[in-house]
Design a protein around this ligand. Sequence first.
Ligand code: 2P0
Length: 325
Amino acid sequence: MVQKIIGPRALPHNEQGEAFAPSNIALCKYWGKRNSDLNLPLNSSLSLSLGHLGTHTRIRANAFKDEIYMNEQRLDPSAQFSSRLIAYLDLFRPASDCYFRIDTHNNFPTAAGLASSASGYAALAMALNNFFSWNLDGASLSILARLGSGSAARSVYDGFVEWHRGESEDGMDSYAEQIPAIWSELRLAIITVSRAVKTIGSTEGMRRTVETSALYAAWPEKATRDIESIRHAIWGKDFAELGGTAESNALAMHATMLDSRPALLYWLPETVAAFHKIWRLRQDGIQLYFTIDAGPNVKILFEEKNEHIVRGEFDDAEIVRPFVC
Ligand code: 2P0
């Protein structure tokens, strides 16, 4: 598959290649794979990129071995993070004795509990594209990023992004595209409930859900309907439809997790308390909606006019303006 995109590997390279990719939060979630080697999803998904919050990566040639630095710290090559990254680099080496030095920086607070794999693999695929001067288009970059981590397929663009699940077995039609809409007043707040590393990662969580949850059968169809509604909401700038659908989609994903054996529950008491607080404020007429990924931290969707309320009600909220430079 990689050869179909980049052609023969024996290319000269530049002195270095670098790129930035934003983190992203799905409004319609990716949950479940039909092929775990190629990260091919069972449903399409739709996300919002987080503007300036993301990963910057620089790649250079290195003698003798790969070296990976994250936020200036040299990583142990045998750590799980490094071996996954090195296996990804293996897909692109022009020769087996060609090594890389990777310097990667996440500018979002680690405490925010944002997944680093989405922006990380998108930035790496884009930095490789610059290093080898492949001149790839967005769809090809999205496919290469997807091979590192599914959600990275969406992080090669800013703004609203739809990742089409595709149908083909080789995954060449499973890539993301930008939805060219701008919604300057849209805001997202990250409410950090826990900084602990989760015990069950998304890859394992998805596998368990697909294999054991009876409710999962209804999920791909729900996701298809939700993407339709979110697209409609984006083009009509209908915030209640956007937020309401995103919230319902996240809760449905968690329902399939709860239905798994053994059950998967990523929520903490503080997570549920945040849900209740958001619902209470909504009953009082303040348009706040939440979404939540495979972890305990809550993301609130709101419009600019309610920013002071979110700041007042949620002390440690990290507020993101996805469409403001
Ligand atoms: C998403 N998540 O759409 C969903 C919602 C978590 C919950 O994409 O196995 O780290 O690398 O393809 O991309 C997290 O899954 O999983 C994710 P892999 P990934 O954002």
